[in-house]
Design a protein around this ligand. Structure first.
Ligand SMILES: Cc1ncc(COP(=O)(O)O)c(C=O)c1O
Length: 380
C-alpha cells in the first residue's frame, strides 16, 4: 500500500520538448521516423478495410485492445498469440504501469543509462533500488556483460533495456544480447526490452531477436510511434508469455486510459498489416539522410563530431566548442530555431552520461534546410 501520492521527478525531456517541439523552426531532434498522414496510411488499405474504417463506430474498445489489433501484434512474435498482448496508450502508459508492477519497494532493478527517463524515474519513485547498466561511448556503447553479472543480486527482479537505444542509437552485438538474456534467466530476473526502434537498423543483420520470443521471464515493449512514424495514434503494447502479469496490468489500465481510441486501433491494424513496407520506407529515408548529416558535421570539425546511429532514428554526437553543449543548444534554438536536446536532458541518477553530447533525429524527410541553418549558425 502506497504511503503517499505517486510523485515522480519532472520529466526533463518532455518538459524541454513542451517548450520547443512546436515552437522551433527546425525540429532536428525528432525521436520518430517521418510522420505518415491518414491519407498516406489509408492508401495502404484495401477498399474493404477503407470502407470499414469509414463506418467505424466511435465506441469504447476492449481494455486489452481489440481482437484484430491484438491478432496483428501477436503475428509479429513467434510462438505468441493475442492472449499474450496487452495494448496501451503509447509506449509510455505501458512503461508507467509495467515498471511499477515489476520494481517496487524491496526490489532491485537494473536499467540502461542513458535512458528515456521513465526507465529510471518510475521504478525509483515506486521505491525500488535501481542501478544503471552504463553504456560507455569509449566501448562503442556496448553493455559490459561482466559488469552486469557483478551487479545481479538475489533480489534483482527487473532488468530493463532499450536497444536500439535512445539517445545513442546503440545496438549490442548478438553475442552480448544472448548473454544478457541468459544472465536474466539464470538469475530469475524479468527482462523488459524496449524495442520501439527495432526495424530501423542501419545494417539489418544487426537486428536483435525480440525479448518476448526468448526463454525466461521476458517482455517486449513496442509502439506505433517510432519505427512506423505514427505517434499520433498513441498505440503501444506489451507482449509476453506471462499472461498473469498482463492480467494484473490490465486492471491497472482501468485507472488510466481504460482503452485505446477505436480509430487509432483501426489505423494501427492497417499499418501493422503493411508494417514491413512502412519500416522499409523509413529505413530508406534514414539511409538517404545519414550522408547529409555526416557532411554537415564534417564541414565544422572544430565544433562537431559526427556519430551515426547503429539503429533507430536518433544519435548522440559530440559538441566540441568551448562554450559547452548546453549554451550551444540554447543559443542555437533561440537564434536559429534549430532544436537539439543537450546532454543535461539525459542526466541520470544511476551513472555517468557524457556532458558534451546532444541528441539529433535523422528520421525526418528533407533535413537540408535545418542543416543549412545549423551551418550558418556555426559560421556566424
Ligand atoms: C525509448 C523510448 N521508449 C518509449 C517512449 C515513449 O513512446 P510513446 O511516445 O510512443 O509513448 C519513447 C519516446 O520517445 C522512447 O524514446
Amino acid at each position: 500500500m502506497s504511503s503517499g501520492p505517486f510523485d515522480p521527478a519532472p520529466f526533463l525531456l518532455e518538459e524541454y520538448l513542451g517548450i520547443w517541439e512546436f515552437q522551433g523552426e527546425h525540429y532536428l531532434t525528432a525521436s520518430d521516423a517521418e510522420t505518415l498522414t491518414i491519407e498516406e496510411l489509408l492508401a495502404f488499405a484495401d477498399p474493404d478495410e477503407r470502407a470499414r474504417f469509414e463506418r467505424l463506430p466511435l465506441s469504447y474498445a476492449p481494455t486489452w485492445g481489440g481482437e484484430e489489433l491484438r491478432a496483428e501484434i501477436a503475428d509479429l512474435y513467434e510462438g505468441l498469440g493475442p492472449e499474450h498482448v496487452l495494448a496501451f496508450a503509447g509506449a509510455e502508459e505501458a512503461l508507467f504501469w509495467a515498471l511499477q508492477e515489476l520494481a517496487g519497494p524491496g526490489d532491485h532493478a537494473l536499467v540502461t543509462v542513458p535512458n528515456y527517463q521513465s526507465f529510471e524515474t518510475i521504478p525509483l519513485t515506486a521505491g525500488a533500488e535501481v542501478e544503471g547498466i552504463v553504456l560507455d561511448p569509449d566501448a562503442g556503447w556496448e553493455p559490459d556483460i561482466e559488469a552486469i553479472a557483478r551487479q545481479m543480486r538475489p533480489d534483482t527482479k527487473l532488468v530493463a533495456v532499450n536497444f536500439p537505444n535512445n539517445p545513442t542509437g546503440a545496438i549490442p552485438s548478438q553475442q552480448t544480447w544472448r548473454a544478457l538474456v541468459a544472465l536474466c534467466e539464470e538469475h530469475g530476473a524479468t527482462l523488459l526490452s524496449d524495442e520501439v526502434y527495432r526495424g530501423l537498423e542501419v545494417d539489418e543483420a544487426r537486428r536483435l531477436p525480440q525479448a518476448a520470443e526468448s526463454p525466461g521471464s521476458t517482455i517486449s515493449l513496442n509502439v506505433m510511434s517510432k519505427s512506423y512514424g505514427l505517434p499520433g495514434l498513441r498505440i503501444g503494447w506489451l507482449a509476453t508469455r506471462d499472461r498473469a502479469l498482463l492480467e494484473r496490468l490490465e486492471k491497472r489500465k482501468h485507472y488510466t486510459s481504460i482503452c485505446n481510441a477505436t480509430p487509432s486501433e483501426a489505423l494501427a491494424t492497417i499499418a501493422l498489416r503493411n508494417g514491413p513496407a512502412i519500416q522499409r520506407r523509413n529505413r530508406d529515408l534514414i539511409a538517404a539522410n545519414l550522408p547529409l548529416f555526416e557532411a554537415a558535421f564534417a564541414a565544422h570539425p572544430e565544433h562537431l563530431e559526427w556519430e551515426a546511429p547503429a539503429g533507430g532514428c536518433v544519435s548522440f554526437p559530440r559538441y566540441l566548442g568551448d562554450d559547452g553543449v548546453e549554451a550551444f543548444c540554447r543559443e542555437l534554438v533561440e537564434t536559429a530555431g534549430v532544436v537539439f536536446l543537450p546532454a543535461s536532458i539525459y542526466t541520470s541518477a544511476l551513472g555517468p552520461v557524457p556532458t558534451d553530447r546532444f541528441r539529433i533525429g535523422v528520421g525526418r524527410r528533407d533535413p537540408e534546410a535545418a542543416l543549412a541553418a545549423l551551418g550558418r549558425f556555426l559560421e556566424r
